[in-house]
Design a protein around this ligand. Structure first.
Ligand code: ZN
Length: 306
């Protein structure tokens, strides 16, 4: 009989073991496959992120706290605002547009008025020409300033002190000086000066650090500044009147409008002496003379290449 026989018990034991092993294998498989899924999911996700460059999420850093401006920054900001806000009445009405001119000579005399001014005015009157005086106002004779205007010439600002170290120390310093000069000219002549010439020209060895800011500020206030394209070179010591004439005439060629730099300081006797010959020669070359006002398109020095 099979039931209860030794074979039966053998088969029962085998069957039981098979079931136990089967359950065990299924359990292990379930655990392992669960692990595999997690592992595969992670690996596949990382690979996909890498392949398509999907940025993995990282929390953004906290925004930086508002920095308290350092004293240096704050001081700079205040200074920058200062000069634009200073002298709220130091503005002039711009002409709006320049009027084209041809073959016009603008004789300009810097650094006066001086003992030479009446002599220059007499020569200009005798030759019936007008000129422009870029004056220094410190210690200037108000009667001479008025006479320049009364005789039909123009006055422009050439600063109050002409002290390079002071006026070009900062934009603010220049405005202090400009304001003083402006007031003195206006008081003496009742004419608002709207044109100026920077001492040493608009770009010089003394204003290298500030010239762009300075020029921008002067223009913002409505002034027009004039450099020159012809020089008498009368600042050279011991220059003769013949050299002054020669310097001007040799510098004219190829130029339409001439902005001639001359000086009206008391030691410029040879400039005065050269003047009649310069005027006569340029008239013979077909030039007409005029004074500068803010409708005259200025000649200005080019900014140096960086
Ligand atoms: Zn000067």
């Amino acid at each position: 009989m099979y039931l209860g026989s030794v074979r039966f018990f053998k088969h029962l034991i085998n069957l039981t073991m098979a079931i136990v092993i089967g359950i065990a294998v299924m359990g292990i498989y379930t655990i392992v496959s669960q692990l595999d899924v997690n592992f595969f999911a992670k690996t596949a996700g990382a690979a996909a992120a890498e392949e398509f460059s999907i940025p993995s999420y990282e929390p953004l850093p906290d925004p930086p706290e508002e920095e308290t401006p350092s004293e240096v920054t704050a001081a700079f900001k205040i200074t920058e605002m200062d000069y634009q806000l200073s002298y709220p009445k130091l503005y002039v009405e711009p002409a709006g547009q320049f009027i084209p001119r041809n073959k016009t000579v603008y004789l300009t005399f810097d650094d006066g008025p001086s003992a030479r001014t009446p002599e220059i005015l007499e020569i200009l009157k005798a030759h019936d020409v007008k000129a422009t005086f870029f004056v220094l106002t410190k210690g200037s004779d108000p009667e001479l300033l008025k006479r320049i205007i009364d005789e039909g010439h123009a006055i422009g600002i050439h600063t109050h002190t002409h002290k390079y170290g002071e006026i070009y120390a900062s934009v603010e310093a220049f405005l202090d000086d400009l304001h003083a000069a402006y007031e003195i000219i206006y008081q003496a002549t009742s004419v608002q000066p709207t044109i100026l010439r920077f001492p040493g020209g608009s770009i010089n060895a003394y204003n290298r650090g500030i010239y762009q800011e300075l020029i921008a500020e002067v223009l913002r206030r409505g002034f027009v500044y004039y450099d020159w394209n012809v020089s008498t070179t009368d600042t050279v010591s011991n220059i003769t009147s013949q050299d002054v004439v020669r310097n001007v005439i040799s510098d004219v060629e190829g130029k339409n409008n001439l902005f001639i730099l001359a000086h009206d300081s008391s030691n410029k006797k040879n400039t005065v002496k050269a003047l009649p010959e310069i005027i006569t020669a340029l008239k013979e070359m077909g030039y007409v003379f005029d004074k500068i006002d803010n409708t005259v398109e200025p000649v200005v020095f080019a900014y140096p290449q960086p």
